[in-house]
Design a protein. Structure first.
Ligand code: G6P
Length: 480
């Protein structure tokens, strides 16, 4: 039985199945996984429950092979596909990022209802596994929009548990949330309100949640401070004559682990890539961006802004290179494949319009290649982070920590990171291509002293709440 449990769709490791049938486990990259793993290692009897995603994962489940502290759930592949691609990524992701192309989307029909049932079943599998594995009074920390129904389902199964849910995405504004069919919206909210504690990266998303929950479920909204002085807000609620309960809503802005990131960025393979990139870029300035090929990241308008910079200010010709990394993401969905293709196409158009024999204005890598990204971080003069809406955006926090000469940060007002970083960033509306182009020019011409000063402050803010502490703060809040 476990006394602290984490649940997430994507887990800390995945198994690869070799041709000879052997299984090998590989730990996932990224600060969140390593921070959470480190924090969990310090908890007695901790367990991480996650979905089996690869063939190797499913084979590991079939053979009963598990790394200590990890339990994978192998769901029926069709149910999983409907829940993950059909609801989590096509409906909830689009909802919370306000991404629908409204004249055509969303369409809530019989097919949607069928997928929603899969989403509910997928959440229920997690709730049941957690209920089975949790010791009396255990703490359970559920992650993200994939598992929004788990808190409510788990509370019904195990009222003794302390349950937290953390949303890594934004939360839809009440109006946008209202586009969901009423019963589905209520099910989603009641799922979340099954938790004792709800966490978000910023007050902007936390307030959107409270606004939306207030319409249907709340019997009142409260606020206060924890003994350490951290503010919380709360929703009182009562469901169909059940007992009156409260859910506290708090903000835990995830940051990066400076030591870990710097040591990753100085491994020999990163040094090598850096040398190769430097040889390619020469003494030109760099504008760096790193994203999943994700609609919310607004890569296309970023490229349009770069094109406008080159059109309006020919003095930058042959003096700047845009290093863009796009990690292919969710390629099972046609809309993501199409977006990835348009990004590559626009980059090529820009290269065709301005490129010369010696100068490629955009160096785009469409590959999951963190080594290249770290090399690009180190040589960043400017970081471009322009999402239309983003839960946090850790890249905005990583680049200032790693950049060697100090980088000027061009940052969207709609990124979660805006709340903390705006004082030292050049902030832009993600839709305003011309404003973004002007900000790029300002960033490229920022005096080195000012750039270094701003970068130092950005890095200090970015590392204020590294993953391990982020997690322990939530555990403290839940225990408090
Ligand atoms: C966002 C979500 C995460 C998710 C990640 C990658 O950051 O908040 O929960 O894991 O994107 O997306 P994927 O669909 O590849 O897991």
């Amino acid at each position: 039985m476990a006394s602290v449990l984490v649940a997430s769709n994507r887990g800390p490791l995945s198994y690869a199945l070799a041709a000879d049938g052997t299984l090998s486990a590989r730990r996932g990259g990224g600060g969140l996984v390593s921070g959470l793993s480190a924090a969990l290692a310090e908890q007695p009897d901790a367990l991480w429950v996650c979905a089996a995603l690869s063939d190797g994962d499913r084979e590991a489940v079939r053979r009963g092979v598990f790394e200590p502290g990890v339990r994978m759930l192998a769901l029926d592949p069709e149910v999983y596909d409907d829940a993950y691609n059909g609801i989590a990524n096509s409906v909830l992701w689009f909802l919370h990022h306000h991404l629908w192309d409204v004249p055509r989307e969303p369409v809530f029909d019989a097919e949607f209802r069928r997928r929603w049932e899969s989403y509910r079943a997928y959440n229920r599998s997690f709730a049941e596994a957690l209920a089975e594995q949790a010791a009396e009074g255990a703490e359970v920390l559920v992650q993200d929009y994939h598992l929004a129904l788990v808190p409510g389902q788990l509370r019904e199964l195990r009222p003794d548990l302390r349950i937290a849910h953390f949303t890594h995405t934004p939360w839809a504004s009440p109006d946008y949330l209202g586009m969901l069919p009423d019963d589905i919206r209520e099910e989603l909210l009641w799922g979340m309100l099954g938790a004792d504690e709800l966490g978000f990266h910023t007050w902007r998303w936390a307030s959107a949640f409270i606004g939306g929950a207030g319409i249907d479920s709340a019997e009142g909204v409260a606020q206060g401070f924890s003994p350490s002085g951290d503010p919380w807000r709360g929703v009182h609620h009562r469901r169909e004559g059940g007992p009156k309960r409260s859910t506290r809503v708090r903000v835990h802005p995830l940051g990066v682990d400076a030591d870990e990131l710097r040591s990753l960025a100085h491994r020999p393979e990163v040094d090598e890539r850096l040398a190769a990139l430097r040889a390619e870029v020469g003494d030109r300035r760099t504008i760096v961006r790193v994203d999943r090929t994700e609609l919310s990241k607004n890569v296309l308008r970023g490229l349009l802004a770069y094109r406008e910079l080159l059109r309006e200010r020919p003095e930058w010709h042959d003096r700047v290179v845009h290093l863009a990394s796009a990690y292919p993401s969710r390629q099972d969905l046609a809309v993501y494949r199409a977006y990835t293709a348009s990004v590559a196409e626009l980059a090529e158009e820009i290269n065709a319009e301005f490129g010369t024999e010696n100068w490629r204005p955009v160096l785009l890598s469409v590959k999951d290649d963190f080594t290249r990204s770290l090399a690009a971080y180190r040589m960043a003069d400017v970081a471009l982070i322009n999402p239309v809406r983003d839960g946090m955006n850790l890249v905005a926090k990583e680049i200032p920590v790693v950049s060697e000469a100090g980088c000027a940060l061009v940052l969207s007002t709609r990124a979660g990171a805006y709340e903390e970083l705006r004082g030292d960033a050049l902030t832009v509306s993600p839709y305003d291509v011309s404003e973004t182009a002007r900000a790029l020019h300002r960033a490229l011409t920022m005096p080195p002293g000012e750039r270094a000063e701003r970068t130092k402050r950005l890095a200090a803010t970015a590392t204020a709440l590294p993953p391990q502490r982020w997690f322990l703060d939530q555990l403290d809040a839940l225990r408090g």
